[in-house]
Ligand binder design. Structure first.
Ligand code: ADP
Length: 640
């Protein structure tokens, strides 16, 4: 009894397993169908995009493709008919026809053949070799600049988002050698059109003379399509993996090798450790390549078998028709040529179609990157001219993908023209507050209001113009010192004002010593006459940039850390004069800056712990500010 029950249980178990397997199989099929539909959709979108772009930017490309198409189709169709023409001439000649007429025909065929070959070479050299490759380069650069522009204009939040960084990398790689870029995709598409035209001609000949060849070729074609599609799917799947690995490898290989990392790598003796990490990453990529190769191999073998079978059946069939006198010798030669051209064109077509799909799918990453969803709400409201009040209304913030809040319940009002100093220990959230105010991130809870309006409602461009900010990790670029100060206004830079500002920031004497004054390039990497500025000089340049911008709200986030206390004190003094009636926010470890400010906000434990004037806070017994100030007191008395 129990044995029977056990058997029943096993059967039930078996049935459940079978059902699950069937369901998984169905799910897998559904998923593949869905993937195919998506892949087709991406191909259509990419082709439409590339055609529009090429038509708008380089319409000449279409003329080149048209010329090549005509030449290519004629060349291949001529290969089908030439053997028949020659064979028919030969047969007539052998059966005693007039020699001179046949010689004339033979010479004409020879002239056509030679002309086709010469035109072929010329077009390949001029159209394919020179003109098209110049256009290809042009598009590569256009796309590279477009991707860089999009990367620079994306919401700042994305610069730390691994998904956005992967999307950027995939866009660059997808439009690089994976797809061949705009020209690579369109080139493949026009080749497919050529193949279709040749196949129609070849199929016409075959249908008229040896019709059974058509199903043989079609069956072979379907087999081919199937296995080629599998190979493409495997390659696209591995591309996803490789793209991420390439980015990490690129970091090790290129960025770490940059000269600017040289000091830390040498002093911390870390070249060995970096090399090891690079090797590990290279191994990971090698395994991915190996896995791709393993998975595609059996599909390649299957395609070889299909080829061999198709050839064997085709030639046996044509030979049989000729031997049994069902077709003439000329038709036999034409059929053999047509079968060969048909085979090559079908192969090229299947391959070409899949290449187009594959290239379009790679290139589609670029379209996706251009449409990468914004991280923040975009408003359109204009900023009202005049004075501006800033208000943090119960603002709490947690960085994207982070668990803990770094700011909680911040309530703060900054009146127009007020100078606020923000102090607090490292990691207290001071810089984060400034980033929120500049809308590099959106608040998680609460709202920031400017003139009583939520900042999300303002037009991003107009809103950003309210601020001149110097962050601790500001960047100088490999442009001239003047351009580094004027940035977006470089073309119409007011040299006199820049000179005045450089004087105020204490840089003018250093600039006078430079070979080309304020036109000297910063960094030597791109200009041998360039200069390398010291940390202090760099900070002064960044401060000059903020002053030149002449925005109504000025923010300095510890930009003076590389300066000695006297220079720092001087900068703040000058800054006060220059900022004058504008709203200013200073973040500094050195409390000397607070002396110039109307109010001080002390940040601790993720929120504002103390708020008031210097005189009010310095007198609070046991207060954070008072304690910090007294610790640094010696320093200020020295300066004062
Ligand atoms: P402060 O300017 O007061 O030194 P920050 O505002 O720079 O402090 O940093 C506040 C906290 O937020 C720190 O714990 C820091 O690690 C964290 N933090 C800063 N930037 C990021 C970021 N991009 N992603 C996640 N956490 C961050």
């Amino acid at each position: 009894m129990s044995e029977q029950k056990a058997k029943q249980d096993t059967n039930v178990q078996q049935e459940i397993e079978n059902n699950t397997e069937q369901k998984n199989h169905k799910d897998e099929k559904r998923k593949k169908r869905q993937e195919s539909r998506e892949s087709m959709k991406k191909s259509r979108e990419t082709l439409a995009f590339m055609m529009r772009l090429a038509w708008k930017k380089k319409p000449l490309l279409f003329l080149l493709y048209a010329i090549r198409l005509i030449q290519d189709v004629f060349d291949r169709v001529w290969q089908i008919f030439l053997p028949k023409l020659l064979m028919d001439e030969l047969q007539l000649f052998l059966s005693g026809a007039e020699v001179s007429r046949h010689l004339h025909n033979l010479s004409m065929y020879a002239v056509i053949s030679v002309t086709v070959t010469v035109v072929n070479y010329l077009l390949r050299d001029i159209v394919d070799g020179h003109v098209r490759s110049v256009i290809r380069e042009w598009f590569q650069e256009y796309i590279a600049v477009d991707i860089a522009r999009q990367a620079m204009e994306m919401d700042f939040e994305h610069t730390e988002d691994p998904d956005a960084l992967d999307a950027l990398n995939k866009a660059q790689e997808g439009m690089g050698w994976y797809s061949g870029g705009v020209e690579g995709v369109l080139d493949q598409m026009f080749r497919v059109i050529g193949d279709i035209l040749v196949i129609c001609s070849g199929a016409g000949v075959v249908l008229a003379t040896c019709p059974l060849l058509v199903p043989v070729q079609l069956a072979a074609l379907l087999g081919f399509l199937y296995f080629n599609m599998r190979i493409n799917r495997i390659e696209v799947h591995h591309f996803e993996k490789l793209s991420k690995d390439n980015r990490i490898f690129g970091y090790f290989f290129y960025q770490i090798a940059e000269m600017c990392y040289g000091k830390d790598i040498r002093l911390y003796n870390s070249a060995g450790m970096m090399g090891k990490r690079t090797d590990e990453q290279a191994d990971r990529m090698f395994h991915t390549w190996q896995s791709q190769d393993r998975q595609t191999r059996s599909n390649n073998w299957a395609m070889d078998v299909i080829n061999t079978l198709r050839d064997a059946i085709s030639y046996f069939y044509i030979g049989y028709l000729a031997i049994t006198h069902r077709i003439s010798l000329g038709d036999f030669a034409m059929c053999v040529a047509a079968a060969s051209v048909l085979y090559q064109s079908l192969f090229a077509l299947t391959n070409g179609l899949q290449q187009v799909t594959k290239r379009c799918n790679y290139a589609h990453r670029y379209l996706e990157f251009l449409e990468y969803p914004a991280a923040m709400e975009k408003g359109s409201r204009s900023i009202t001219p005049g004075e501006h009040t800033i208000e943090f209304a119960d603002v709490s913030f947690r960085y994207p993908r982070a668990e803990n809040f770094v700011l909680r319940h911040i309530n703060l009002k900054i009146k127009s023209g007020e100078h606020l100093s923000i102090v607090g220990l490292n990691g207290a959230g001071k810089t984060t507050l400034v980033k929120l105010l500049c809308r590099l991130y959106d608040v998680t809870e609460g709202a920031i209001l400017i003139d009583g309006v939520n900042i999300k409602e303002y037009s991003e461009e107009e809103y950003r113009r309210l601020f001149a900010v110097v962050f601790q990790d500001f960047e100088l670029f490999a442009f001239s010192l003047k351009e580094n100060v004027a940035l977006s206004e470089s073309e119409h830079a007011d040299t006199e004002r820049i000179a005045e500002i450089l004087k105020l920031t204490g840089l003018s004497e250093d600039v006078e010593k430079l070979p080309e004054g304020m036109d000297t390039m910063i960094f030597k990497s791109y200009d041998e006459h360039g200069t390398e500025l010291s940390g202090g000089q760099q900070q002064k340049t960044a401060i000059a940039r903020a002053l030149y911008r002449n925005a109504p709200i000025v923010i300095l986030d510890e930009p003076t850390a590389a300066l000695d206390p006297i220079a720092e004190y001087e900068i703040y003094r000058q800054f006060e004069t220059l900022v004058g009636g504008k709203t200013a926010i200073y973040i500094s470890h050195r409390l000397s800056s607070c002396r110039f400010c109307d109010r001080i906000a002390v940040f601790a434990d993720d929120t504002i712990k103390e708020y008031g004037t210097h005189d009010e806070l310095v007198g609070v017994e046991g207060g954070i500010y008072a304690e910090m100030f007294h610790e640094q007191a010696k320093y200020y008395t020295d300066i004062a």
